[in-house]
Design a protein around this ligand. Structure first.
Ligand code: FVH
Length: 292
């Protein structure tokens, strides 16, 4: 009963299973489409014939499926086996889905820990991978020695939705980066600049800008947005308008910047043009929730 099962052997679930095998945990594996599980035959793992078998033979159940619809489709028919189990759900989802799933598992006698994987499959098992967890502290404590094989663990608190909140926030930052880069590549390409050269410059420029994030975070924490960076918002507004106008002239869609531009223009119109860009966070307003 100290066994660990992995339910879901897509790209990520397979990476999780492989590091458990490397860590000599001999995981019990199950996937809806059997051919993905069959790829592990001959390795130091067992293949379960059904989700029910995986749950019935393992105390710790790692779930990594496409979405919560899939999680419910797999777990609901076998809910009778959840009693006494610790479920670590690494499926991407919304905070409310995590909270509902935690209540549902607890009502059936199980411990529920939600997770957000901050890594791509190739990073799993390396020190560059970190995984956010929240939910049952007892469940996390039991699972921690197994979970450390995946990468660095960060337990955020008892509210099962916290890992999802943080995961989705970090993914939002990532999509801002990717979207901005792709827009930049489109501009550079239309201007005849080699993509390789532009990419190299992007890496250097963005790495320098990432260094500024702690200062922005500290300003938000303090609520003091007075200019310290030497890059006042009014100056930046002129810059973003130039990007949008140049994009339009080159036939490039600049709508990904339109929202940012609206927020900057509004802030400048409010007389805050001398502040740093950190103050824009107030325009993405939402009530501040206390971490649990
Ligand atoms: N891969 C990545 O880069 C990211 C990194 C961060 C975390 N994500 C999240 O991890 C979850 C799984 O992602 P994945 O990469 O393994 O996804 P796929 O390779 O597409 O595999 C999907 C698995 O889900 C199974 N599945 C889908 N629908 C159902 C269903 N209705 N019932 C049962 N299983 C289902 C699918 O099974 P099959 O198609 O092989 O039968 C795969 O096992 C995900 O939340 C990412 O956001 C990955």
């Amino acid at each position: 009963m100290s066994r660990v099962a992995v339910i879901g052997l897509g790209d990520m679930g397979s990476a999780l299973a492989r590091v458990l095998i490397a860590a000599r945990r001999r995981p019990l594996l199950w996937n809806r489409s059997p051919e993905r599980a069959a790829a592990f035959s001959g390795l130091d793992a067992d293949i379960a014939g059904s989700a029910a078998e995986a749950l019935s033979r393992a105390a710790l159940v790692v779930v990594c499926l496409l979405d919560y619809r899939a999680v419910r489709a797999v777990l609901e028919p076998v809910s009778g086996y959840l009693d006494g189990r610790t479920v670590i759900n690494l499926t991407n989802g919304k905070p409310e889905e995590a909270r509902e799933m935690a209540d549902w598992v607890a009502a059936r006698g199980g411990r529920y820990v939600d997770g957000g994987i901050m890594a791509v499959p190739a990073m799993i098992g390396s020190q560059d991978a970190f995984i956010l967890y929240s939910g049952s502290t007892a469940g996390f404590d039991r699972a921690a020695p197994v979970l450390e094989a995946f990468g660095k663990s960060r337990f955020l608190g008892r509210d099962p939705g916290l890992a999802s909140v943080c995961d989705l926030g970090l993914l939002s930052a990532m999509y801002g980066l990717f979207g901005g880069f792709l827009h930049g590549v489109a501009m550079a390409r239309s201007g005849g600049i080699a993509i390789e050269a532009f990419t190299e410059m992007s890496v250097a420029w963005l790495a320098a800008m990432v260094e500024v994030l702690p200062e922005i975070g500290a300003q938000i924490e303090s609520g003091d947005y007075s200019a310290q960076s030497g890059s006042a918002l009014a100056m930046q507004l002129v810059g973003i308008e130039n990007i949008m106008a140049a994009s339009k002239a080159q036939g490039i869609d600049a709508s990904s910047l339109a929202h940012m531009h609206t927020l900057m223009a509004r802030r400048v119109a409010e007389g805050r043009g001398g502040e740093d860009i950190a103050g824009l966070v107030e325009s993405f307003s939402a009530p501040v929730r206390q971490a649990g």
